[in-house]
Design a protein around this ligand. Structure first.
Ligand SMILES: [Zn+2]
Length: 202
């Protein structure tokens, strides 16, 4: 990848695991969109976002945890492609300007143990499963939207106590360094005011 402008940082190395979901076909679109646009498996954020994320490193190391990153900066061209593949409401923002990922001020993450195994959560990141991905690619959304209720921070059920605890710990951790959660996506964290940042073509 070409050299980054000075305001942007590529996240790399321990305790981070870089696993960009749109760099592989295992995502809701079924297409490795980041490969198609020549971006690949890179987790890039604005330096103001990095200033928050860097504070996680000693905490993660002390707790023997890793942060797996599924999405960070999203090239605007890739966002347009994602929206074309799944144009329905409730998936991708209407345009790149609306998505904080395109401003390099959002990340999709989960915590892993020291061996890189994802901790349990009420859903997978992006509520992805191969089954739901297939449904959505066929234009069927009802079953998935019902499942998506489990991605909310206020979702709770006694049989998933461990998953709820992990979700709450992740939220507390990310908020402790100054990032913002979204009520309906447990994996998504924003830099406050991040949509006011420029939308680079990286
Ligand atoms: Zn996100």
């Amino acid at each position: 990848m070409k050299k980054l402008p000075k305001d942007y940082i590529e996240i790399n190395g321990d305790p981070f695991i870089i696993s960009m979901m749109y760099a592989i076909p295992q995502n809701m679109t079924g297409i490795a969109v980041y490969e198609k646009v020549g971006f690949g498996n890179h987790a890039i954020v604005h330096k103001d976002m990095w200033e928050k994320i860097v504070k996680l490193i000693p905490i993660l190391k002390q707790k023997k945890l890793k942060l797996k990153i599924f999405d960070a900066y999203r090239p605007p061209l890739a966002h347009k492609m994602l929206k074309e593949i799944i144009p329905m409401d409730g998936f991708f923002a209407a345009n790149p300007e609306r998505s904080q990922h395109c401003h390099a001020t959002a990340v999709d993450v989960c915590l892993c143990d020291e061996n890189g195994n994802e901790l349990a959560y009420p859903t997978k990141v992006d509520a992805y499963t191969p089954y739901f991905a297939k449904q959505i690619q066929e234009g069927k959304t009802d079953e998935f939207f019902a499942h998506l209720q489990k991605a909310r921070h206020d979702y709770n059920a006694p049989e998933i106590a461990e998953a709820v605890k992990n979700r709450q710990f992740l939220k507390q951790l990310m908020e402790s360094v100054g990032l913002e959660s979204l009520p309906h996506e447990w994996w998504h964290y924003n830099l406050p005011g991040g949509r006011d940042y420029p939308m680079p073509e990286l």
